[in-house]
Write a protein that binds this ligand. Structure first.
Ligand SMILES: Cc1cc2nc3c(=O)[nH]c(=O)nc-3n(C[C@H](O)[C@H](O)[C@H](O)COP(=O)(O)OP(=O)(O)OC[C@H]3O[C@@H](n4cnc5c(N)ncnc54)[C@H](O)[C@@H]3O)c2cc1C
Length: 386
């Protein structure tokens, strides 16, 4: 059956949901959001650590996260009953070899107006009581960092979008994109054909596959697998008030939650789009590392999983109009920052769709930019000192 829409968004993860919300708020015609899966957030959006860090990975990701902060702190009325961000803070630790780089990061963060304090290792115990403090040389404390409620965020975007008239179709997979004279004219799914002038590619690890359907710029995205293990915490103290702890020099991070500790070795093995499977050996390595770096005795793992962090060849996100196919708009390559940068991504895509200016970030993430491969051979593409 043929239907019509002004904009079709492919993928209803956190990126597609934020775009649906931003388009709905701008009143951009009839918007349809397609999700191939039967339920929401089966892939990266349902498998992450959901942390907000004001300085993360690259200057571009940090700028997107910082631009998103006002939304998390003060979302529009009626967006969510639950707070989106809890300011529990984050500690970034560095080994001796990376101590100078961490000092430079602290100086750069301060000069961009981000609240950060330099800490001696012994001071970290007050913020993360289980961490041993004898193995790292320096630390930074970002008090404004904290866990995001990814469920509340996703539901807030989707219910706001629905109120604005956006249609969400689950179990509807985009199978083809039709073009005529170099512009998008329709999207075909397993259920319908949508005549439309604009398609937004928010398909996460599948972004390259969607682009190939219409001859848009071929971009060799890299889905990189990362494991997380959830480990029970003793029922003493208030672990959910502890700060997030991250040491990119190792690499390792841990996020305290009520009754549980989420831990990861920040692995980044190249993988294929699909259901990201976890490997027991990786989980055993996480347990071993937690026992070495903390005072925790691990008796069991409650749950372990893996998810994809998808990067463009130069590591920066790809957001905006395609240089070859008119009406094809990208929102992909959000790496390990898709949740913390989602409000800014929604705004950038809405600006690309309605043709308005969205500030200096637009050029840095433009799909037409020259992309020099920087990820080749790196196992931890996001392991800067941030
Ligand atoms: C272990 C781990 C930890 C992370 N920690 C953090 C963190 O602390 N903070 C943070 O901000 N980010 C974090 N991330 C990154 C974050 O999860 C991602 O950047 C974000 O979820 C990407 O969202 P997305 O919507 O692009 O992708 P997805 O959530 O994967 O959504 C893409 C959707 O597109 C759908 N789709 C694909 N093809 C089609 C098609 N043909 N038709 C219709 N639908 C289609 C898929 O089914 C999928 O639901 C982490 C990621 C991992 C794996």
């Amino acid at each position: 059956m043929t239907r019509s829409a002004d904009v079709v968004i492919i993928g209803a993860g956190i990126v597609g949901a934020s775009i649906a919300y931003a388009l709905g708020r701008r009143g951009i015609g009839r918007v349809v959001l397609l999700e191939a899966e039967v339920t929401l957030n089966v892939h990266s959006t349902g498998r992450n650590a959901s942390y907000f860090l004001p300085i993360y990975d690259t200057a571009c990701f940090s700028a997107l996260a910082q631009a998103s902060l006002p939304f998390f702190e003060s979302p529009p009325d009626g967006f969510s009953d639950a707070p989106l961000l809890s300011r529990r803070g984050a500690v970034i630790a560095a080994l001796e070899t990376d101590a100078d780089a961490l000092a430079a990061e602290i100086a750069a963060a301060r000069s961009s107006g981000v609240e950060v304090k330099s800490l001696a290792p012994a001071d970290v115990a007050a913020l993360v009581p289980i961490v041993r403090t004898d193995w790292f040389a320096a630390a930074a404390h970002y008090p404004g960092a904290g866990p995001l409620d990814v469920h509340a965020l996703s539901m807030g975007y989707l219910s706001g979008a629905r109120r604005a008239g956006v249609e969400l179709h689950l179990a509807e997979r985009c199978e083809a994109i039709e073009t005529a004279r170099g512009r998008v004219v329709a999207v075909r799914t397993n259920a319908h054909r949508y005549v439309c002038g604009t398609v937004v590619n928010a398909a996460g690890a599948w972004a390259a596959e969607i682009a190939a359907m219409c001859g848009a710029r071929p971009i060799a995205f890299e889905p990189r697998r990362r494991h997380i293990a959830s480990i029970p915490l003793p029922a003493t103290g208030r672990p959910h008030d502890w700060a997030f702890f991250r040491c990119p020099s190792l690499p390792f991070y841990m996020k305290p939650e009520p009754g549980q500790l989420l831990a990861s070795l920040m692995d980044a093995e190249l993988d294929e789009p699909g259901d990201c499977m976890s490997d027991d050996l990786r989980v055993a390595e996480i347990v071993d590392t937690v026992e070495r770096l903390t005072t925790l005795e691990v008796r069991r793992v409650t749950r372990a999983w893996a998810g994809h962090r998808t990067f463009s060849p130069d590591g920066a996100p790809v957001i905006g109009p395609d240089p070859a196919i008119a009406g094809f708009v990208w929102a992909a390559g959000l790496g390990g920052a898709g949740v913390m940068s989602s409000p800014a991504v929604g705004d950038l895509v809405a600006a690309a769709v309605d043709g308005s200016r969205a500030g200096p970030l637009q050029e840095q993430v433009a799909p037409a930019r020259r992309m020099t491969a920087t990820l080749e051979g790196r196992t931890t593409p996001a392991a800067g000192v941030a």
